[in-house]
Ligand binder design. Structure first.
Ligand SMILES: [Zn+2]
Ligand SMILES: [Zn+2]
Length: 210
């Protein structure tokens, strides 16, 4: 695995936005999944002890646990991103300047309305606008032009989001341990290991996919 591969497992918050190294390993996490591989050159040492990987590993890896392969997981449904209309690029809307609302007033009142040009999104397709500012990558779909809708699946008695199970399935020979209650589930693959947080079934809406 390279530093770039590891970057794909990072989250958006500052503290987890880059892979980090500690004790001969390199790690990446987005808060739901954390992955650990042998230290990769160029991945900087962790500065503050958060997330506390030592305690995570010492608490939640149990000797004698059984590990199970991950079953077939359905691919997500996808919809065209309504912010960038599937282009992956956005410019601020020229009518509302990216605010999503327009203001006007007459003799009697001041008004504030959703901008009709951008349907209140504040964005406008790069190609079609007169605006000469550089198109930006759409934040909502991260430039993919699509929004994915993932269901959940039960693996070894615990409920997980399919997005993460599909990520695990891409790891060579990945197997997942039976998690205790809502503790993180330990997984192992050729080249590393990590944890994935299960979902609390009582917070998953009735009729949700299992
Ligand atoms: Zn607008
Ligand atoms: Zn988009």
């Amino acid at each position: 695995m390279t530093k770039e591969d590891l970057q794909k497992y990072c989250g958006e918050e500052d503290i987890i936005s880059k892979p980090f190294s500690k004790g001969g390993f390199s790690y990446a996490t987005d808060g739901v999944l954390i992955i650990r591989v042998a230290q990769i050159e160029g991945v900087e040492e962790q500065i503050i002890n958060k997330p506390n990987v030592d305690s995570l590993w010492s608490k939640h890896v149990h000797e004698g646990d059984s590990y199970f392969p991950i079953p077939e997981i359905p691919e997500p449904e996808s919809n065209v991103c309504t912010w960038c209309f599937g282009t992956g690029n956005v410019n601020p809307c020229p009518e509302c300047n990216g605010e999503g609302v327009v203001y006007f007033s007459n003799h009697y009142n001041e008004y504030e309305c959703d901008c009709e040009t951008c349907d209140g999104s504040g964005f406008h397709i790069g190609d079609k606008t007169e605006d000469k500012r550089e198109p930006k990558i759409c934040k909502r779909c991260k430039g993919e032009g699509k929004i994915y809708k993932y269901g959940n699946s039960t693996v070894s008695g615990r409920l997980y989001n399919n997005k993460y199970l599909l990520m695990l399935k891409k790891l060579p020979n990945c197997v997942l341990a039976e998690a205790k209650d809502l503790d993180p589930g330990h997984f192992i693959f050729d080249g590393g290991d990590g944890f994935i947080m299960p979902l609390d079934p009582s917070f998953v809406s009735v009729g949700g996919k299992k």
